[in-house]
Write a protein of this length. Structure first.
Length: 349
């Protein structure tokens, strides 16, 4: 396993981060524990979850179950000091199913303090190593939306300054070691950094955004923040919703697959996806590399990526994904990737 520094913190996180958003829906508690046992044994020390998980599919009945599974593993194994635990507080509700704390959840002080206390209880720990804002309070292009042409903030939108103040309070209280953002924009990252500097508060350590061969938008404005300001990219969806494995080629949707059970993930159901995925899979096969490992190796190799978040529903998938750290893409493969990207750039934002 390889390890990289998380932002400007003293934490060294594994290049592979174990994602958990299927635990409690597609995966049982026993399966979640088996994944944790294998991943930790393979050198993974970084876990990512959220109060909203599982989300395959989204269900009010299962909210928080993923954190509970991690908490039961931590209690059973007694290995809290061996893992770096990251979780997230949800932003404003986008639909009734994603409401938290009785609805009306915003990224204000009350919600953030209540959310971390609930997460700590489910995780059975006194602190989390990284606490992330799952999505912004304001209206931004995210989850497949490509850009904005006008502001559409709700009147009750919570200013970033209030969110930052609340997060800083959690650090002071010892409930959170560091914090970061997710599904953020260059403007948002800049504001968090500006306010932290002006108010002498802790700065964000990381940003968790989608990044993969089908979506390299992070390179346009955010990668410079990673490289210049040490804002670690924790890359989620590195397999493009599973499309880069090749399993959906030809319109096939295997029973029980993520596309089958979590139909809310429509960001990859766009016209340019299938031809681009087919070409990337063909490049991988031409070089004798498993397509999933090929796609992961590309993300792993980017200098602005600190950790690649993988998610698996089986141990075989998990083992293969973790092994991607040992895959180095040849120069010819990188050139072929760039050729496809020039012709069909970012078909799935």
């Amino acid at each position: 396993m390889q390890y990289r520094k998380l932002g400007r913190t003293d934490l060294n996180v594994s290049l592979i981060c174990l994602g958990t958003m299927t635990w409690g829906s597609q995966n049982t508690e026993a399966e979640a524990h088996a994944q944790l046992d294998y991943a930790i044994g393979a050198g993974v020390n970084f876990l990512d979850t959220a109060e909203a998980y599982p989300v395959t599919p989204v269900s009010r009945e299962t909210q928080g179950r993923t954190e509970e599974y991690i908490g039961s593993w931590l209690a059973a194994r007694g290995r809290r000091d061996d893992v770096i635990v990251a979780t997230k507080v949800a932003g404003p509700s986008r639909d009734p199913v994603r409401e938290f704390r009785g609805g009306g959840n915003r990224l204000d002080r009350r919600n953030i303090h209540a959310a971390i206390d609930d997460s700590l209880m489910r995780l059975r720990t006194d602190y989390v190593d990284l606490y992330q804002v799952h999505w912004p309070d304001r209206s931004v292009p995210s989850f497949g939306v490509r850009g904005i042409s006008a502001l559409a903030d709700a009147p009750e939108t919570v200013p970033i300054e209030e969110t930052l103040d609340a997060l800083a309070e959690l650090v002071k209280a010892g409930k959170v070691r560091h914090f970061g953002v997710s599904n953020e924009t260059p403007w948002g990252v800049s504001e968090y950094l500006r306010l932290a500097a002006e108010k002498k508060l802790p700065r964000i350590a990381s940003i968790q955004n989608a990044y993969n061969l089908l979506n390299r938008i992070y390179e346009i404005g955010l990668s410079e923040f990673s490289l210049r300001e040490a804002i670690s990219l924790l890359a989620y969806s590195p397999l493009g919703g599973g499309n880069l494995t090749g399993k959906y080629l030809g319109g096939i949707v295997p029973a029980g697959s993520r596309r089958d059970v979590a139909k809310q993930f429509g960001r990859y159901d766009l016209p340019g996806q299938a031809p681009a995925s087919a070409r990337y899979v063909a490049i991988a096969q031409a070089h004798g590399i498993d397509p999933a490992q090929f796609a992961l190796a590309f993300v792993n190799s980017r200098p602005f990526v600190t950790s690649t978040i993988i998610g698996a529903t089986s141990l075989d998938q998990l083992k293969s994904d973790i092994a991607s750290v040992d895959v180095t893409l040849p120069i010819e493969a990188i050139a072929a990737i760039d050729a496809v990207h020039r012709e069909n750039p970012d078909p799935c934002p």
